[in-house]
Write a protein that binds this ligand. Structure first.
Ligand SMILES: Nc1ncnc2c1ncn2[C@@H]1O[C@H](COP(=O)(O)OP(=O)(O)OP(=O)(O)O)[C@@H](O)[C@H]1O
Ligand SMILES: [Mg+2]
Length: 154
């Protein structure tokens, strides 16, 4: 588990870009955090790091946004849909166990479906400063180490 802090949206995006350097086909990243915690902001950074050209916004009418790229990215948001059967019917396992990278906002609402191997990220507001966020990440140890080092030396 790594514990970092971000003092601006730009810094959270930058962390996303760093995380992207450690992602491969088939990876799943599960985001947990309140409204405006910065999940979509970090996902923008990850997508920038993965060279996605499209504009990144949370999926609204569709439950999953698909962004084409060298590695396709699937952007899911589970805020409004928390019924596991609906997600299964939609083919969530084809995303999770497919050839792309899947990024899941509000992953706690469907935690039973998230693969054990997923990288987990928790974003929390810091009560003292408006733009400050506490960010925790749990993933493979080597990935955690590389991310911490890259973030510190940015
Ligand atoms: N350190 C920070 N990291 C991320 N976002 C920040 C930070 N400081 C301020 N912000 C602002 O907080 C907001 C975060 O919004 P964002 O859409 O990324 O949150 P979210 O977690 O996806 O929320 P939702 O659950 O509503 O989808 C943005 O307006 C962003 O500019
Ligand atoms: Mg969001």
């Amino acid at each position: 588990m790594i514990n970092l802090s971000s003092s601006s949206a730009a810094e959270t995006e930058r962390l996303g870009e760093i995380i992207a350097t450690q992602l491969n086909r088939g990876d799943v990243v599960a985001f947990v955090g309140d409204l405006a915690a910065g999940k979509t902001t970090m996902i923008r950074g990850i997508c920038r790091g993965l060279n996605i050209q499209q504009q990144i916004d949370s999926p609204t009418y569709t439950l999953v946004n698909e962004y084409p790229g060298k590695i396709p990215v699937y952007h899911m948001d589970c805020y409004r849909e928390n019924r596991l059967e609906e997600w299964l019917e939609l083919g969530v396992n084809e995303y999770f166990f497919g050839e792309g990278i899947t990024l899941v906002e509000w992953a706690d609402t469907i935690m039973e479906l998230i693969p054990d191997t997923a990288i987990r990220l928790w974003l929390d507001h810091n009560l003292d400063t408006e733009d400050s966020r506490q960010i925790r990440m749990e993933g493979p140890e080597t990935v955690e180490e590389r991310i911490v080092n890259l973030f510190k030396t940015q």
